[in-house]
Every structure is written in C-alpha cells, then in structure tokens.
Design a protein around this ligand. Sequence first.
Ligand code: C2E
Ligand code: MG
Ligand code: MG
Ligand code: MG
Length: 283
Amino acid sequence: EESSEALNPIKIAETGSHFDQLWDISLRARIDEAMEAGEIYCVYQPKIDTMHNTMTGVEALVRWHDPARGFIPPMHFIAQCEKAGRMEHLTRYVLQSACSAARLMHFRGRTVSMSVNMSATLLGDMRIVGIVRNALQASGFDPRFLILEVTETSRIGDLATASTILNELKALGVRISMDDFGTGAANYETFFELPFDELKIDRLFVSNLAKSQKAKAIAASVVAMGKEARITIVAEGAEDTETLKILNEIGCHYVQGYVLSRPLSLTNLLKFNASDKDDALEA
Ligand code: C2E
Ligand code: MG
Ligand code: MG
Ligand code: MG
C-alpha cells in the first residue's frame, strides 16, 4: 500500500519529491524501533505561576533523535506517526514516560501537574480511555495531576463522540486542556461543546502581545472569559519580560515560554527552580 503511493507520479507531484516520500516512508517504518531504542523520549517544559513564582506543572514534549538523521522535529514525525497508524502507540509511550517522570517528581516532594499532548484524532475511539487508565495504573500516578492537552481540535470528526470520550477520561480524574486556542485549529464552538478545564492561548497571540493591540485585546478577552467560565487560562510561548509584564497586566498568571524555561530533560527538570534564571537551556 505504502510503496504504491510512493510510485504514484501524481501523488509525488502533489506532495513533494520522490526523495521526500521515501524519507517519510522509511521514517514511518522506524517509529516502533525508535521508541524501543529510546531515540524517542520526552522533555518537560515548566508551567509557571508568575504571581507566586512557582512551577505548578510541566508539559511533556516528545523528541526524536535519530542516530543517522539527527533531530527530527515533532510536528513532522507526529504527522508521519499519524499516517502510519501509530498515534495510539506513541501516545501510550509518551503517557508512560510522562506519568513515571511525574511520579518521580511527586516522590521528590514536587507536586506538579503533568500535561500530555493528545492528538484530536484519538477522540474518535474509546480505546484512548483504556490507554490513559493503564498508564495511570502502571505508573501509580495520581490522576488528579494529569492534564491531557487536546491538540489540533479542528480535526475532531464528531463532537458528540469526542465529548463522550472526554467525559470518560474526566471520570478517571484527569483534567482536559484545549491547546493552541485562537488559531484556526481551535475555535469557540469546540471550546463550547467540549468539557475543557483549561485553555492555552496560542503562541501566535502571546508572541505578538507587545507589538499588537489586537493580540492584547484577544488575549485579555480570553482571560476574562476564563474567569467567568471558571477555566484555567495558560499562555504559551512567552519569550521576553515585556510579554510577561503584559500577561500580568491582563491577569494571565499561568505561563510557559522560553523566557521562563526551555523544555528540560528529566534530570534538569528535577533541578529546576522557578526563582533561578539560569535553567533556560534545553536538555
Ligand atoms: P504545543 O503543545 O503547543 O507545544 C508548545 C510548543 O512550543 C513546543 O514545541 C515548545 O517547545 C514550543 N515553545 C515553548 N515555549 C516557546 C517559546 O517561548 N517560543 C517558541 N518559539 N516556542 C516555544 P515542540 O516541542 O516543537 O512541539 C510542537 C507541537 O508538537 C506541540 O505544540 C504539540 O502540538 C505537538 N506535540 C509535542 N509533543 C507531542 C506528543 O507527545 N503528542 C502529540 N500528539 N503532540 C505532541
Ligand atoms: Mg501542548
Ligand atoms: Mg500549545
Ligand atoms: Mg502551540
């Protein structure tokens, strides 16, 4: 099936060079092996409460370092994973890594939440509930500290099914977050229909706060809506202190971004202190 796609000249013309296609096909073929070999792993980006200057949570972000190809951007290999029908498997792997990392954090006395990204395409099938339940049981991690960030919500096929699945997940005790809010990929209708506990303002708006009155107005209205609806609002992608100042001004106190910390290896995460400033390097 895959090779006939690769040899289809129309497909090749539409989607890029033959080389790109072969590259992606061999990438897809290596996903499982890469997980087993530990080439795929997680880094963790702190989520900071800027009012109290404390780390309240971390987000697991998947990485693939292939010994031959080098570093493969997550957006790219996640799309390939999806094509290869291995998203469930990747999510299971990330959940297991993230829950055991979080369990270790708690054991060290740092009771942070752990956010795991979950592709919206998994919200069409009840199997994701069992996958999350198993990861929680296997790690012994307290479900109340797990947050599932639904990414690419525009790809939810059926809102009613997604809603049923999210409610089943919430029944396990976990919280649900809507990622990248404000972009075409995440809109008000989806937000209205689904049981979200948290909403993340997309980096597009956050990175423009200092330069654009419109970006600031949108972010401020999302924060106000969050207060009214009792939803936690998180800003992603804050890169400078000017942006932090504006977020504080509009009442958005949960922030992630390079200005606070890059994603960190578990070792560096365990050493991370929100009041230090020299931890801002990944890995
Ligand atoms: P996301 O969930 O919105 O994650 C935030 C992305 O912004 C991450 O990119 C992070 O490294 C980056 N970031 C954080 N702070 C800053 C900043 O101040 N400036 C800039 N320029 N970037 C910042 P990353 O790790 O490349 O991940 C990209 C996307 O890939 C994620 O966006 C998420 O949608 C997806 N992703 C990552 N890990 C997973 C996973 O385990 N499962 C799934 N399904 N998707 C994942
Ligand atoms: Mg995310
Ligand atoms: Mg995000
Ligand atoms: Mg984003």
